[in-house]
Design a protein around this ligand. Sequence first.
Ligand code: CO
Length: 201
Amino acid sequence: MLDNLKANNRAWAEQKVANDPGFFSRLAHQQAPEYLWIGCSDSRVPANDIVGLDPGELFVHRNVANLAPPQDANYLSVLQFAVDVLKVKHILVVGHYGCGGVAAAVDGKRLGLVDHWLHPIREVHHDHRRELDAIVGKSERLDRLCELSVLRQVRNVASDVFVQDAWTRGQAIQVHGWVYSIANGLVTDLATTISGPADLD
Ligand code: CO
């Protein structure tokens, strides 16, 4: 079963060792990533590949529509471990244009449980309705909603008590908002980086 994937795996591991004989034995002892990536589950948005980082260099949390909901135990567990134990220096919230989750949040169709998951996007949509309604093209409107949702998630991360407490302790953490373009492979920095409580205000 899935022999092609197993063959790919063997080839990948051999290539890694050929380039760097100590690669896996080094990783087996510890991980010390400087970055936490909060991105979409979309198969076209492969976190490590996009930023050219190896195993061990990027701590990754992915969910549908790259959300950082303040009540989600999965996301919060990842965030606390990244901040308190790994002591990452940068947290990247990475949305992407053409996000199916963002589109599904506002298309009015019922899908089931995921409609609840996507509720925060409907809130962002509601809060920015005037700006969004003024955008003529549907895909342009959804792309702007992708950006606005990233901004909201950046705010969620930066206002979380784990991050706030880390800043109080003097730990240096920056929270960034990016959007990735599936069409050309490039990320855009939304220039919303938060480096401390003053930036959040
Ligand atoms: Co998506």
